[in-house]
Write a protein that binds this ligand. Structure first.
Ligand code: ZN
Length: 73
């Protein structure tokens, strides 16, 4: 559980499970899917995935959870 600020529309949205798509609200996610990935695909990858990773770590720390990459042991 947590909330993120959508990178696309700037609105705060809440989630139960961290969205794999990153800090994109459902509304914008649907729009992106409909538009297809031919436009801005490179933007969508790269920064978004890094942001997502950072958010996941931050959220986990906030919750007091300790997460690590699979195979990190
Ligand atoms: Zn949005």
């Amino acid at each position: 559980m947590g909330s993120l600020i959508c990178e696309k529309c700037g609105k705060t949205f809440h989630f139960d499970v961290i969205p794999r798509r990153g800090a994109i609200c459902f509304g914008c996610h649907v729009k992106t899917v409909r538009l297809g990935f031919s436009h801005g695909q490179e933007n969508f990858h790269g920064r978004t995935i890094r942001e997502q990773e950072r958010e996941i770590w931050d959220a986990a720390k906030r919750d007091g959870r300790d997460i690590e990459y699979v195979g990190g042991r």
